[in-house]
Design a protein around this ligand. Structure first.
Ligand SMILES: C[S@@+](CC[C@H](N)C(=O)[O-])C[C@H]1O[C@@H](n2cnc3c(N)ncnc32)[C@H](O)[C@@H]1O
Length: 479
């Protein structure tokens, strides 16, 4: 056994307290920011909670603000995102190389500590000591020696050195190498590579951009406030592509505190989502253009933008949502707009066919917005995809039934996974005899859109989520 391995800790047996002398005798010093992060990690793991919903609530309830809130946010989201990379390093620090038998709550603590050691400038003694205290307070003093020893072992090298040791060779296995380095599951990295048609520099750039903290994007409601005005009020920048968009740097504070958002003149919405909603309205039509349908509308981001544009052009929008609680959110988003909400399954509505434009913003894997949902990359499974594509195909088919001959169906997903994008669209359009229209002209001035006919946006190219958009036209001759 080499010197380093001798110093590695053995894992504790589950639920079996070790000798009392392992734990330091001083009482644990609990830091509120780290306690919040630790509690959110637990809620994410035990209750399938969403970190970006639980964290603000805990911060509010515990009256944590300012620097403590910023630290809690950084540690929570950073740890959630980096789980795969952190686990690889932690596992390398265990004598028997198995994480599986480390108590889940202890592993939460180890991840939180390892994140601080590898991806922040927090001094080693603070990262290790505070983590030992957190886990000790939760599990008992007997665990302190183990946590301390694992984290001391993690701290022996920086992230780069660990990754050089643990990552597969970049030339032999670029997907595996970039996946570990950017803390993505391999299957997600592979799906990005397939969509990009690249396993080299562009894949690396895409995964790196996906691992960054994203800007906050706001949408200025058309007819109420302009993007220039919104940018001036918020101190943000007018977005490069959406005529209604404003971008604010990550960590600019709670967008809910922005006055135009409180007054419902603006909302938080990724610029890619804005572009897709706007594209729905830009496809040329012959004949009527009054009845628009949003077939998967909750929580109402695109319905609100479509509603505002419909109100200007004299159209109306029907918004369908299957989940009643999400339909409630639409109500809140579309107040004062010409939008009617229906709680129904989009595959079998009682709606009168003959819509001029239909948006299918289908349920999807969300692989395109992983940067905005810290824990999502580790929760999604490849096996989710086939159920989703079945549902997506059925929703597109229903939309083609509801649109009038010559009308358009715009299909959008927040995913670059080929099965959810080109795969399902190509197959469904072929079966229904729908024409696939080149979507690129409806994204004017957006660069790097490839060869069409589909539009795939990317964080590393456009600074947006990886939204996909396809436009289908129902043939004039169709019944
Ligand atoms: C990607 S989200 C839509 C986002 C929304 N367009 C927005 O911009 O805020 C998909 C929505 O479809 C809903 N949904 C899932 N299955 C559905 C179905 N069979 N019919 C209608 N809506 C469905 C989900 O509850 C979810 O709210």
């Amino acid at each position: 056994m080499n010197e380093r391995r001798e110093r590695r800790p053995s894992r504790p047996e589950r639920g079996r307290p070790g000798p009392r002398k392992e734990g330091p005798s001083r009482p644990p010093q609990i830091d509120p920011a780290r306690q919040v992060a630790f509690d959110v990690l637990r809620a994410v793991r035990e209750k399938d909670a969403y970190a970006n919903l639980v964290l603000p609530e805990l911060l509010r309830n515990r009256r944590i603000s300012g620097r403590d809130a910023a630290l809690a946010t950084e540690l929570t989201y950073g740890t959630c995102r980096a789980v795969g990379m952190l686990d690889a390093v932690i596992e390398a620090c265990l004598v028997d190389r198995s994480l599986a038998k480390v108590d889940a709550i202890v592993l939460d603590g180890l991840r939180l500590g390892a994140y601080q050691l590898l991806r922040t400038r927090i001094p080693e003694h603070a990262a290790v000591g505070s983590t030992v205290d957190l886990v000790r307070a939760e599990v008992g003093s007997w665990i302190a020696g183990f946590v301390n020893a694992v984290l001391r072992s993690v701290s022996e090298k920086d992230e780069e050195t660990w990754l050089n040791e643990l990552a597969p060779d970049e030339a032999a296995d670029p997907i595996g190498a970039y996946a570990l380095r950017t803390a993505h599951p391999r299957w997600v990295a592979r799906s990005f590579a397939e969509a990009l048609g690249d396993k080299g520099a562009e894949l690396k750039a895409a995964l790196e951009a996906d691992d960054d903290r994203p800007d906050v994007h706001l949408v200025a409601r058309p007819g109420e406030i302009s993007a220039d005005e919104l940018a001036a009020i918020t101190g943000g920048d007018v977005a490069p592509y959406s005529p209604y968009g404003v971008r604010m740097p990550a960590g600019s504070g709670d967008p809910g505190d922005v006055e135009p958002i409180k007054e419902k003149l603006a909302a938080v919405q990724d610029e890619g989502s804005q572009l897709c909603a706007v594209a729905v309205t830009k496809v040329p039509l012959t004949g009527s253009d009054e009845r628009w349908l949003d077939l998967c509308a909750g929580p109402g981001g695109k319905a609100a933008l479509l509603g505002a544009l419909a109100s200007i052009s004299g159209a109306t929008v029907d918004a369908v949502e299957k989940a009643p609680h999400r339909a409630k959110l639409i109500e809140n988003a579309v107040q004062g707009l010409p939008v009617t909400i229906y709680v129904a399954d989009g595959r079998e509505t009682d709606l009168e066919p003959g819509y001029d434009r239909v948006l299918v913003d289908a349920p999807c894997s969300g692989l395109g917005s992983l940067r905005r949902r810290p824990e999502a990359r580790w929760r999604r499974q490849p096996s989710d995809i086939s159920d989703l594509t079945k549902l997506q195909g059925q929703l597109i088919t229903a939309a083609l039934d509801l649109v009038r001959p010559g009308g358009v169906v715009t299909y959008v997903v927040c995913s670059p996974h080929l099965a959810e994008t080109e795969g399902v669209v190509g197959e469904t359009a072929r079966r229904a005899g729908a024409e696939i229209v080149d979507a690129r002209p409806f994204f004017p001035d957006v660069p790097q859109l490839g060869d069409g006919p589909y539009v795939q946006l990317w964080p590393h190219r456009h600074g947006t989520d990886a939204m996909f958009c396809a436009v289908l036209r129902k043939p004039e001759t169709a019944g």
